[in-house]
Design a binder for this molecule. Structure first.
Ligand SMILES: O=P(O)(O)OC[C@H]1O[C@H](O[C@H]2O[C@H](CO)[C@@H](O)[C@H](O)[C@H]2O)[C@H](O)[C@@H](O)[C@@H]1O
Ligand SMILES: O=c1ccn([C@@H]2O[C@H](COP(=O)(O)OP(=O)(O)O)[C@@H](O)[C@H]2O)c(=O)[nH]1
Length: 465
């Protein structure tokens, strides 16, 4: 039996969160933010998990998208999602900043769930359909799907870094992962380095040959290229021009006590994001007297994520201890130097926060892209505000006019944060203008259309040559 969808997105998660019994809301998160606008414009379907264990739902429509839920049992959530995806692959692909767990039980679950996604995609796809598989949770799907449906055009995009051999070699199932990805016609990465790592590993481990970015298999060609993901620049730029958002930004500053400097961090509470390092730098600036407690407030939004995974539990304890110590030492009654929010916010509130912040501090130890950095820039049509950005974020390739930092170098971060706080309006505007030009041009539409054009035509889109 063949399905009817000519365009399919296959991702770990559906692009919605449950808000009532039968009510859904578009979910936050990089992947969703990036692809939802594209999905709405094309007649397609999105296959993914609802985020709740043991839930069996029929396909439904939301926000102009046809959604096909893939069920996961409680045990599969533990073994495939929390386990192999987020306790094995996630730390391995992020420079081993936490120790990966290698377990055959987790691997078996990963394979079984990938097989389920592949079968569901094979059932939903019309003859010759384009199928775009997303991210590290589903790296076996391309080959599984090709076996079931050789007529499909299959693309894969990895949202997180692809590691070099020195790290990837650790993985007991390294060949199976590469073979899974080679089921695609086009494998996309955030940075050129990810594509180069992949090509080299395929040659070394599987013995296949490549020329430039193309691997020649017996019966077909697989291409590996970089497509840096971005944000909906136009939407954010419009949103922050609305009086209600500008008013809210003023309120936020007033609620913080109208300090001279508002610094902001917005991240999932993930150990890859360098939250502890940036708070340490801020705390030391207070200790040193380089900034006075009444002069600056650091707002840290730390969205809850993967809360049952051991490393995330440890991280939350560490961060909350650090926040408590700094606030305890430098706070005064009713006024704390760090405003820590373990919550998730809607895009309107985030936009107001971006507008209220003088310095946006983005300091991951490793990050596929980091959309927050690009969102901040898209929101600063006033050309004010400084972006402090880690060299280890994918975004660093394109955002050279940011205040660049090495998050492992605490003294360097302290100096750069101070420089960003003390920059003249002229200097800020010079940097911001150039950053905005880049994000406006390479926005999320461009990312998706470049990838899909390359997949559908078999060539790189003319616009990026
Ligand atoms: O689904 P979760 O486990 O709750 O995690 C949320 C998403 O996190 C990751 O985001 C990545 O993709 C972003 C967009 O390309 C990129 O900017 C960022 O650097 C990456 O970390 C993950 O890759 C997604 O699959 C998750 O849904
Ligand atoms: O309270 C929050 C915090 C973050 N985000 C969104 O989550 C995404 C985070 O993407 P990023 O690439 O920075 O990191 P990821 O979490 O995907 O690793 C951005 O679009 C943010 O606007 C959100 O909607 N609400």
């Amino acid at each position: 039996m063949r399905g009817t969808s000519s365009f399919l997105i296959v991702a770990n998660r559906l692009p919605v969160d449950r808000v009532g019994e039968n009510e859904w809301r578009r979910s936050p998160g990089g992947l969703v933010t990036a692809i939802a606008p594209v999905m709405q414009r094309r007649d397609g379907a999105w296959l993914g998990w609802t985020g709740a264990a043991g839930e069996e739902l029929k396909p439904f429509d939301h926000d102009g998208m046809h959604l096909i839920p893939i069920p996961l049992s409680q045990l599969e959530v533990e073994l495939y999602y929390e386990g192999f995806s987020n306790a094995t692959l996630w730390p391995l692909y992020h420079d081993v900043v936490a120790t990966p767990v290698y377990s055959r039980v987790l691997w078996d679950a990963y394979r079984a769930v990938n097989d389920r996604f592949a079968r569901a995609a094979a059932d939903a796809a019309a003859p010759g359909a384009v199928v775009w598989v997303q991210d590290y949770q589903l790296q076996l799907v391309p080959a599984m799907l090709r076996k079931l449906r050789p007529d499909l055009k299959i693309g894969f995009f990895l949202h997180i870094p692809f590691p070099p051999g020195e790290l990837f070699y650790q993985l007991p199932w390294r060949n199976e992962i590469l073979e899974g990805l080679l089921g695609a016609d086009l494998v996309g990465f955030q940075r050129p380095g990810g594509a180069a790592n992949f090509l080299r590993l395929c040659r070394r481990l599987l013995g296949v040959q490549y020329l430039r970015n193309e691997i020649q298999l017996e019966d077909r060609t697989v291409r590996a290229e970089s497509f840096p993901i971005s944000v909906d620049y136009g939407e954010l730029d419009q949103l922050v021009r609305e009086p209600r958002i500008q008013q809210r930004a003023k309120e936020i500053r007033a609620e913080l006590g109208d300090p001279e400097h508002v610094l902001l961090g917005v991240d999932r509470l993930d150990y890859t994001k360098g939250i502890g390092q940036r708070l340490k730098a801020f705390g030391e600036l207070l200790d040193d007297g380089a900034i006075k407690p009444d002069e600056a407030v650091f707002v840290q939004v730390a969205t809850p994520t993967r809360e049952r995974v051991a490393e995330y539990i440890r991280l939350r304890n560490d961060i909350e201890l650090r926040v408590g110590r700094i606030n305890g030492e430098h706070g005064v009654l009713g006024r704390m130097p760090i405003s820590y929010l373990h919550q998730s916010y809607a895009k309107e509130e985030l936009a107001a926060l971006y507008l209220a912040a003088d310095v946006m501090v983005v300091t991951p130890l490793r990050d596929g892209m980091n959309l927050v950095a690009k969102e901040y820039v898209a929101c600063r049509h006033d050309l004010r505000g400084a972006l402090v950005l880690s060299e280890f974020a994918g975004a660093a390739d394109e955002m050279r006019q940011a205040y660049m930092v090495n998050p492992y170098d605490i003294d360097g971060m302290k100096r750069t944060m101070l420089a960003a706080m003390r920059a003249t309006p002229h200097e800020l505007a010079r940097r911001m203008r150039s950053l905005r030009r880049r994000v406006a041009t390479y926005n999320v539409d461009r990312w998706a259309s470049d990838f899909l054009a390359a997949l559908e035509s078999g060539e790189r889109a003319a616009s990026t040559e």
